[in-house]
Design a protein around this ligand. Structure first.
Ligand SMILES: *[C@@H]1O[C@H](CO)[C@@H](O)[C@H](O)[C@H]1NC(C)=O
Ligand SMILES: *[C@@H]1O[C@H](CO)[C@@H](O)[C@H](O)[C@H]1NC(C)=O
Length: 456
């Protein structure tokens, strides 16, 4: 009797696993749940193209639904288009004291330092595109799990509204946070103006089909004001973030200026001072009054306003059809300003303002916040990430969600500090726009030499 061919043995089990995969995918479009375990992992490679087809087939109905929904449901604001290309502003910064000696990390006992950061802007209810972007940037793998290839992932807010995938997106972020934490990675999550709108009761951009995913209007309202999502926002999201590029400057959200006796004070005044980026959803206006200490001044105001919103009893019914509830009784002037048009959630000056006038003010904001560059979302450009003011202003909302139909993009920041033969250090910042469907673009390549041996 002829031996059965390898395929006749493998195919039935592949079929069973594919069916299991279909069933799982239907429940979680991100891929197999952990309990499918090693069986799936073994067949993973063979299944990957099948999985692609399965996911496309499964996701397809949602496309049509969301698109037709978006036409009906978006009567208010249309996305703003700007026409500028970042090319003109692409910066290649070098310092006068540039040292072009050899970096010889192997022979030098001093350790080199490297950190990779990925930032992604507005996602607006589109799990499939969010997954494509995070996979493209190597934050997650094909099945949606944290890869460990990125040290810090920053999302600059507006995960909610204009799409149906609110629940899955926020749950996925919490799963990733856990996975990242387990291998020394970090996720920084910001609240956008749309998360705040939902916390307030402003539902102008909520799709009816998305409300169905929560079960009912009242269930959704509970979840976004006092339930699990409101708890997640209060616990793991902030309105502003400061990310030091080097761990010597402290963990994420180390304040600038540092408290004088604080343990990061010395490093933040040393040769690495201002080696940090800021992240907010809208922008840090030069006129905004709570820039210092950054980011805790903003985040404390944010936490206290969120607390007041969560404490309303009863919660006002959502607008529309009910009247806009506004900010709660007892809102302070600072809290109202944080949610105002020159506050960090809504400000568009860096994206829309006159280039010469805006760029003349950028250094004062960087100086105050202890940063070199500021990253923000909120104002979409459908073709590319926008770098202005020599790469000091980076605007990363490219309309990723199919509600906008922009380009799939992520910002990558590679920071390194390498010992130079004979003394000193070479510091490098390489900032790139990564795209799923067009060539990546170098936005900043800044090099400086530090003529010191001790960094703190
Ligand atoms: C915040 O994230 C941590 C994981 O880093 C998780 O254990 C915790 O449950 C999250 N908190 C909320 C309120 O979701
Ligand atoms: C922010 O709140 C924390 C905790 O309550 C407090 O220690 C800190 O001093 C506050 N910072 C500012 C700038 O208000």
């Amino acid at each position: 009797m002829p031996r059965p061919s390898a395929w006749s043995l493998v195919l039935p089990s592949l079929l069973v696993l594919s069916l299991a995969y279909f069933a799982q995918s239907y429940i979680s479009p991100l891929g197999p749940a952990p309990h499918l375990g090693t069986g799936v992992a073994l067949y993973g490679a063979a299944l990957s193209s099948l999985i692609g087809h399965a996911q496309a087939a499964i996701m397809a109905p949602f496309h049509t639904k969301a698109q037709s929904g978006s036409e009906i449901q978006m009567p208010l604001a249309q996305p703003h288009l700007t026409s500028e290309r970042p090319d003109a502003e692409t910066a290649t910064e070098t310092h006068e004291d540039i040292f072009d000696g050899d970096v010889d990390a192997d022979a030098d006992p001093r350790p080199r330092f490297k950190r990779r950061i990925i930032a992604v802007g507005d996602i607006h209810g589109d799990l499939e595109n969010a997954h494509r972007v995070l996979q493209m940037a190597e934050v997650v793998d094909e099945a949606g799990y944290w890869t460990g290839k990125v040290d810090v992932f920053v999302q600059t807010g507006d995960i909610i509204d204009r799409g149906d995938d609110t629940i899955e997106l926020f749950q996925w972020m919490e799963e990733l946070r856990e996975q990242a934490h387990g291998v020394g990675g970090t996720i920084i999550s910001l609240l956008g103006n749309h998360e705040w709108m939902n916390a307030i009761g402003d539902w102008r951009y909520v799709y009816p089909s998305e409300i169905e995913t929560f079960g009912s209007i009242s269930e959704r309202q509970k979840v976004v004001t006092t339930g699990w999502l409101a708890n997640t926002w209060a616990g793991n999201y902030t309105t502003a973030a400061r990310l030091p590029l080097h761990s010597l400057l402290g963990p994420p959200n180390t304040d600038y200026p540092p408290p004088e006796d604080g343990k990061n004070a010395h490093a933040n005044a040393g040769p690495l001072s201002h080696a940090a980026f800021s992240f907010v959803h809208g922008g840090l206006a030069p006129s905004y009054s709570n820039l210092q200490p950054f980011p805790s001044a903003i985040n404390n105001i944010s936490a206290s306003l969120l607390h007041k919103l969560r404490s309303r009893d009863p919660q006002p019914p959502p607008h529309p059809p009910h009247a806009y509830p506004g900010l709660p009784a007892g809102t302070t002037r600072e809290e109202a300003r944080m949610y105002g048009s020159d506050g960090p959630l809504w400000y568009r000056g860096w994206a829309e303002g006159d280039e010469a006038r805006m760029c003349a003010q950028v250094d004062q904001v960087l100086q105050k916040t202890g940063t070199r560059r500021m990253v923000m979302g909120h104002t979409p450009n459908m073709r590319n990430i926008v770098a202005r003011c020599g790469g000091k202003v980076l605007i990363i909302d490219t309309g990723i969600s199919r509600a906008y139909g922009g380009v799939l993009s992520a910002l990558s920041i590679d920071y390194s500090l390498e010992p130079v033969k004979g003394g000193g250090w070479k510091e490098q910042e390489v900032v790139k726009a990564l795209y799923a469907e067009q060539d990546d673009e170098l936005l900043v390549h800044a090099t400086r030499s530090l003529a010191v041996d001790a960094l703190v």
